[in-house]
Design a protein around this ligand. Structure first.
Ligand SMILES: NC(=O)c1ccc[n+]([C@@H]2O[C@H](COP(=O)([O-])OP(=O)(O)OC[C@H]3O[C@@H](n4cnc5c(N)ncnc54)[C@H](O)[C@@H]3O)[C@@H](O)[C@H]2O)c1
Length: 491
């Protein structure tokens, strides 16, 4: 397979000429990513990732580039693909491939991804980053696959697990996040792999010491594998580090939701009515951002605790059906399926805006929309579609129902991603140093490590932390140096 961009054995991206632009942005981002830069400085000498081959599936953004170059600075080699078909920044991909000639950024980081992949290209890219056979190390040795994985959403880890199952049974189990065509794409990919090498995935997995997973939806899928006893290696849960989900998911989306809406539509938000489905970490950030712009925000929730939180935060809480005719914006942030369905599309106001920020593209039923008889799509600009419905009204759908803060904008800003990705870098160091002691299940990041990530970000914001005295520490029964909270503390 090839695409309209530039392809070699070890990379496939949109345009190498974007490298300089990408490099400028990476340099600026480094300034806003103090946690990752501190990890680089701390571990530059000891090289804890020496010998590691890491297959990374994350949105190929400028912030991911800083993470990837941090892993390289710690001794690792990396192959990177995108976790979403619309979330790549082509300039970041180009800068990584070209490199800057420094030790953390030698030319030749393997990147497979570009903005606007088809589903088939997406899975091809994931397959490419698992194949290390044409990517010899400095001693000229080649290896079939990675020693560890970084994933966002669980697709890469699932592919590896299903590859083994397929080699045994010839059957691919259907994922409930996949539509039929995607299932067939993965089946064809695994069949082609099997015909070339019937034990490729079994061999590959035997060399994987572990993985770290970035997002809520990925963790839910991997917990399910773990519960069934099917997980083949330990997975470190980066998402549920406090310094990830309570920061990236909430404060990150508080920035990038409005950024995406503005870049896509430039419609005034103030005074309008916005519905946010889901009042978890991401939904809370969405609601705050929209309210901050002066919108009247209505929350939809299934969980009574989150519904009560939303009410006490001052939002109306309602079922979508009860308020649909008033809505100017509908934002989905549940990680669940079938939130906005055909019966809803037909009740929306003319030119209401529909946007999803959950991981998969099944929160807004896009197939249901396509199947509405007489519905017609006109592209206003890339990733902004006006759908005219059989009732004569139109709705605007952003990023074809996929994560719009990455599709219509560039995702979360560097500072908040620094906290998330410092957790990723520390998780990979933990795997390199301690994976043999970890059972094949999902593991939380320890409180001390979590507090360290926060600590690394305080000086940049001018925070002056109060020092706990010995007497105070004894009184509340915590060590002077932390951790300061019990595991069950919720922040
Ligand atoms: N776009 C981004 O940049 C970004 C960043 C982080 C996470 N995510 C993704 O966003 C999604 C939400 O993540 P989160 O961390 O907020 O998860 P969460 O579990 O904290 O919140 C999801 C909320 O949705 C609610 N919910 C579930 N089904 C619902 C339904 N039918 N109607 C209304 N509410 C429903 C749940 O009760 C929960 O409170 C996940 O898919 C996650 O992977 C996206």
């Amino acid at each position: 397979m090839s695409h309209r961009g530039i392809t070699s054995t070890n990379f496939s991206i949109a345009d190498l000429a974007l490298a300089q632009t990408g490099r400028h942005q990476i340099s600026l981002a480094q300034n806003e990513m103090p946690g990752l830069m501190a990890i680089r400085a701390e571990y530059a000498q000891s090289q804890p990732l020496a010998g590691a081959r890491i297959s990374v599936s994350l949105s190929i953004t400028v912030q991911t580039a800083v993470l990837v170059e941090t892993l390289v600075a710690l001794g690792a080699r990396v192959r990177l693909a995108s976790c979403n078909i619309f979330s790549s920044q082509d300039e970041a991909a180009a800068a990584l491939v070209v490199g800057s000639g420094t030790s953390e950024s030698p030319a030749g980081i393997s990147v497979f991804g570009w903005k606007g992949e088809s589903s088939k290209e997406f899975w091809w890219c994931l397959d490419q980053i698992l194949d290390w056979s044409n990517y010899p190390d400095a001693d000229g040795n080649t290896h079939p696959g990675p020693t560890s994985i970084i994933d966002d959403g669980g697709d890469l880890i699932y592919l590896v697990h299903q590859g083994i199952e397929f080699e045994k049974s010839g059957v691919l189990h259907r994922q409930n996040s996949w539509i039929e065509s995607e299932h067939e794409i993965v089946r064809e990919l695994l069949a082609a792999s099997q015909s070339k090498n019937p034990t490729r995935f079994a061999t590959l997995v035997s060399q994987v010491i572990g993985a770290s997973e970035e997002t809520t939806t990925g963790i839910q899928r991997l917990e399910e594998l773990s519960r069934k006893g099917e997980l083949k290696f330990p997975v470190i849960n980066v998402n549920d580090a406090v310094t990830k989900s309570k920061f990236d998911n909430k404060y990150g989306i508080r920035h990038s939701l409005v950024d995406g809406l503005n870049r896509a539509t430039d419609v005034l938000i103030g005074g309008k009515v916005a519905f946010v489905a889901g009042y978890g970490d991401v939904g809370k950030g969405c609601a705050e951002a929209l309210a901050g712009q002066g919108a009247r925000v209505i929350i939809g929730e299934i969980d009574p605790i989150c519904a009560l939180q939303a009410a006490m935060d001052g939002y109306q809480v309602a079922q979508l059906e009860e308020v649909i005719e008033q809505l100017d914006f509908v934002i989905t942030a549940t990680g669940n399926i079938d939130i906005v369905r055909p019966e809803h599309f037909l009740k929306l106001k003319n030119l209401a805006i529909l946007a999803n920020v959950g991981h998969f593209d099944n929160e807004i039923d896009m197939h249901g929309l396509e199947a509405l008889e007489g519905a017609q799509k006109v592209q206003i600009k890339p990733l902004v579609d006006q759908w005219t419905l059989p009732n004569g009204r139109s709705i605007l759908v952003l990023s074809e129902g996929r994560v719009m803060n990455l599709g219509n904008a560039t995702g979360h800003p560097s500072f908040v991603m620094s906290a998330s990705f410092t957790n990723q870098a520390m998780a990979q160091i933990e795997l390199a140093q301690n994976a043999t002691n970890l059972e094949p299940r999902v593991h939380l990041i320890g409180k001390l490590a979590d507090e360290k990530v926060a600590r690394l970000h305080l000086p940049a914001l001018g925070v002056s932390l109060t020092k706990l005295s010995e007497r105070q520490a004894g009184y509340i029964s915590v060590p002077v140096e932390g951790p300061y909270k019990p595991d069950q503390y919720r922040y």
